[in-house]
Every structure is written in structure tokens, then in C-alpha cells.
Design a protein around this ligand. Sequence first.
Ligand SMILES: C[S@@+](CC[C@H](N)C(=O)[O-])C[C@H]1O[C@@H](n2cnc3c(N)ncnc32)[C@H](O)[C@@H]1O
Length: 297
Amino acid sequence: MSYLLKCQGCSVTSSDYLNFPSVIARATTVNSDVILSEEAIETICGPSADDRDFISTTFEGLYFTEQDRRFLDSAWSHIDRLEGAEKDLAISALVLSAARRQPRGVFTFTDANRYVDGRRDLELSLRRHFRERAAEYNAVVFDNGRVSRASQGEVFEIDAGPYDLVYLDPPYAPPSDDNDYIKRYHFLEGLSNYWRGSTIMENTKTKKLAKRFTPFAYKRTIEDALQRTFERFASSGTIVLSYSSNAVPDAARILELLKRVKDDVEVREVDHKYSFGTHGAATRRNVKEYLFIGRSA
Ligand SMILES: C[S@@+](CC[C@H](N)C(=O)[O-])C[C@H]1O[C@@H](n2cnc3c(N)ncnc32)[C@H](O)[C@@H]1O
């Protein structure tokens, strides 16, 4: 979304409480002129600069091939020597490589072979992925003539604006369980800073990172979180919220909350089919994706 708005000529302020989305926003939306040089790509894909093996040993037998895991360590031995937008582009390409190489892009299971179905993304080595993904990231860098910003942090801590438009895309709080992004994307989050300052829960099969609380993930805290977010950006021109009928609270309640800060609220609905699994037995669920658009009079 940040990049789309940049393409539409906006000055964008992006924020997410995970590190990897923030790095990607910096590489693509804040960065206007730096690309990852051919030389840097060659170096990252070449021999390691040191003998680090954290990823190879920590995730042995869990994710990717041994050669792939060694590549991730080796790539980081060079990425550690980069700075600024070059470093952001290299990390973004590495994170996207790992996401594409892992079935469904999530790290909630370790028996990836179960999902191998001949798809090219699952066949390519991570080194080969990296070359391709780095070229793709380089290709999207451009200057729209405006300054953009990106930060990592709680939505309640970012500059309250006012902005012309606030686009909110929080996790959808499910009626049962929670919607914990770290559970699914812990490997990408760890990879985005080489697990520095992160605590791996050693007793978990997937070696996931410790959960970080967010009120958007739970049915008990979501309403208050939405209300506080709407209030925070009440003085901005338009608030747009993306949400799902698959989650709580329901559309009527969200409408009520948004109407407390915006005079005119429109709801757009799009039918959406979620697929779980890749085979004939895969389950599908029909839901509605909502866009709530709140404007001031
Ligand atoms: C549906 S995803 C949004 C993805 C994003 N729009 C994109 O297209 O990449 C929800 C995001 O909310 C982030 N998040 C969860 N709780 C948050 C909080 N309290 N403050 C800021 N971001 C939060 C998650 O890390 C996750 O990336």
C-alpha cells in the first residue's frame, strides 16, 4: 500500500510494529535513488566473509536445505557491511527469497516437503532467488519528487499527523484463538536483523520468536484498539480501514466506532474466497473484505 501511494504521487508515512515490513517500506517507498549494485549482489552471492553459522545450525532440519541455510548466513556476512538503502534492499530481497521458497510463505510448520508441487519458487535455491528478487527490488526504485518516511513501532506511537489520508490494515482479530503475526512470520522477522535482540523460544518445534502483544490480535482488546486508533487520527482528512467479515467486531460495530470521529462513513464490500491447502481437499471459506471510508464533513 505504501508503495502504491508513492506511485500515485503521495508523500507517505508508513509504520508497522515488525521490523521486516519497515525495512521493505524504507527500501521501496522512502528510498528514491539507491539501487543494490551488481557488485554488491555478486559479493552477497559469493563466498562468505566469515565463518558464521547461526542460521545453519539453529534451523537445521527445520527450514530449507543445508545449502540454502548456509547461503543465508553467508549473505548476512556481507549484508552486515552494507549501510542505508543498499542494506534495506539486500534485506528485502533476502526476506522475499525466504518467503517465496517456503510453501505459503509461513513458518508455522517444518515439513515443507509435504507441499512441494513442482512450483518454480519452491525449486529454486535461495541464492538463485536472491539474484532474481534483488533485481526485482532494484526495478521498483524511483523518485516521485516527495519525501516519505517509514518507522517500526506501535501505531499508537507514530506521529499523529494530521494526514490527508490514513490507511489502516490491522490484523483481523478472529472470534477464537488469536491472530499473531510473529507465529507465522517469525523466520522473516528474525532474518531481517539476523535475530539480533530477538529471543527464540527454544522449546517450540518451529523455533519461533516470543510473541509480542498487540491489542489488534485478540477479540477482547480489538474494539478498544480500533477506537483509540480512530481517535488518534481523528483530525486527519480521511480514514480508511481494511477489515474482514471473518473477524470481530462486526461491520455494524466498526461503523459505529468510526462514526464517532468521522461524519460520513461509507462501507464497500468485496467478496473474497480464502483457500487453505493446495490440493482438492483444500477448504475454502467465503468472506467479505470490507473497506470503511470515513470522511469529515
Ligand atoms: C494485515 S497486515 C498489514 C500488511 C500491510 N498492509 C502490507 O500490505 O504489507 C497487519 C500488520 O499489522 C502489524 N501490526 C500488528 N499490531 C500492530 C500494532 N499494534 N502497531 C503497528 N502495527 C501492528 C503487523 O505486524 C502486520 O504487519
